[in-house]
Design a binder for this molecule. Structure first.
Ligand code: ASP
Ligand code: MG
Length: 420
């Protein structure tokens, strides 16, 4: 029996398939990989702007002629928004055929990619690749509509905004692909946002864990869920540009990063979140159950709490500080007001002009002194630190928002991340 060809998943985001010229450009990249001997599964997004347009129509149709806030049927939302990917999958298959690459399109339900019942934000349960496998054997490459699958009710289900990345990784895992290449409009993952620090550098390689921690930078590059999935199934991911030639960034297991680069790189990147808010509860009773009394209602209100700090107590009372996004702040304050009696506190103080800066790197596990170096660099710039948290591979601080840019640049410099 002849050995099957190695497999490759190539995912093209919305800007990479914005019009027919770009679809043709993407198809040429597919042809090049086919000529290298791969069986290729192309996963496509909707054309740029298309999903937003479809979501807008769903809202409008559900609101009726009077307008106003609409409740809509999530199954019909899925039926409408999945259409964007259906169009590009067919157009990509046609374009591939036209340049001599045998290919056919697959909708989520055809593969099938099975999801749970959470229409609009469905999770992937399983992918059956038998039909795809057979077509590969016949020499037919696959073009798969990203973002969509079929729910237990037999109806189309979508995976949440940005979900095509997750589709691509899931297919790469199920098909046993050598790699999952994510073609986008940036040429890789950077040490920090180049708009903030022009000397930011593209990373050749980065570990899954670091990529997850840098999500605040990479959020626009990759859907976080796709990185989690890649980590779980050890799918090697490559982020690269559709428009410029270049090696991109490989997101991989830390074993693949190599001793040398790990040694020379304790910190891989500086991440930040601009729109944070800080809340302090003063004079909270220091007794068992009080943290639960505070964070229970916040969780119920859907507030995403990030950093948490509790002071040492004095006379049976303590202060509790936490951070959240500025968007969640009104919800948080309302929930705390409502629970005020059960919590038992003197006062609530909030600060909405804060930002979070983090240094991230797997090298931190084996190197001491990263936090100290960070604090010293911030001190040299006169930046005051309000809250500190650490994890195994990350140190984060909350600072005044107006110093964010200064802080990011100082840290990028202090950890030797500047481009040569
Ligand atoms: N088209 C979908 C969206 O815009 C899915 C994706 O592109 O990843 O969210
Ligand atoms: Mg995307």
């Amino acid at each position: 029996m002849p050995r099957p060809n190695p497999r490759l998943v190539m995912k093209f985001g919305g800007t990479s398939v914005r019009d027919l010229a770009r679809i043709r450009n993407a198809a040429e990249k597919v042809r090049a990989e086919v000529e290298r001997g791969y069986d290729v599964a192309v996963v496509v997004s909707a054309m740029a702007g298309e999903t937003n347009k479809l979501v807008g129509w769903v809202r409008e149709a559900s609101a009726g002629p009077e307008g106003g806030a609409a409740f809509y049927d999530a199954r019909e939302y899925d039926a409408v928004v999945a259409a964007g990917e259906q169009v590009t999958s067919g157009l990509m298959a046609l374009t591939l055929q036209q340049i001599g690459v045998p290919a056919r399109s697959w909708q989520g339900w055809q593969a099938p990619l099975r999801t749970n019942a959470a229409h609009g934000a469905a999770r992937i349960e399983a992918i059956d690749t038998d039909a795809l496998d057979r077509k590969f054997e016949e020499g037919l490459h696959a073009v798969i509509a990203g973002f969509q699958g079929i729910g237990p009710d037999g109806r189309i289900a979508t995976l949440g905004r940005g979900g095509s990345d997750t589709s691509a990784v899931a297919f790469a895992a199920a098909l046993g692909a050598e790699r999952c290449d994510i073609y986008t409009d940036v040429d890789g993952v950077y040490t920090t946002d180049p708009r903030m620090e022009p000397r930011a550098r593209r990373l050749d390689r980065i570990s899954y864990e670091e990529m997850l921690e840098l999500a605040s930078l990479g959020a626009k590059v990759l859907q976080t869920r796709s990185v989690e999935l890649a980590m779980r199934y050890r799918v090697r991911l490559r982020v690269l540009s559709s428009f410029e030639e270049g090696p991109g960034t490989l997101v991989c297991d830390e074993d693949e990063i190599g001793e040398d680069s790990m040694e020379s790189r304790v910190v891989s990147g500086v991440a930040f979140q601009r729109d944070e808010a800080k809340v302090t509860l003063l004079g909270v009773e220091d007794r068992p159950g009080v943290a639960a009394a505070i964070f229970g209602p916040l969780a119920e209100a859907g507030v995403n709490v990030d950093m948490i700090v509790q002071n040492i107590s004095e006379d049976g009372r303590t202060d509790m500080t936490f951070s959240t996004s500025e968007d969640d702040l009104p919800k948080a304050l309302k929930a705390l007001e409502t629970a005020r009696e059960t919590i038992g506190m003197r006062e609530i103080v909030s600060d909405r002009d804060v930002a979070k800066v983090s240094v991230v790197g797997i090298g931190m596990r084996s190197h001491a002194g990263v936090a100290q170096k960070m604090f010293a660099a911030l001190a040299r710039e006169g930046v005051n630190i309000k809250v500190i948290t650490t994890s195994e591979i990350k140190v984060s601080v909350l600072i005044d928002r107006k110093y964010l840019e200064l802080a990011v640049r100082a840290l990028h410099d202090a950890f030797g991340l500047h481009a040569a």
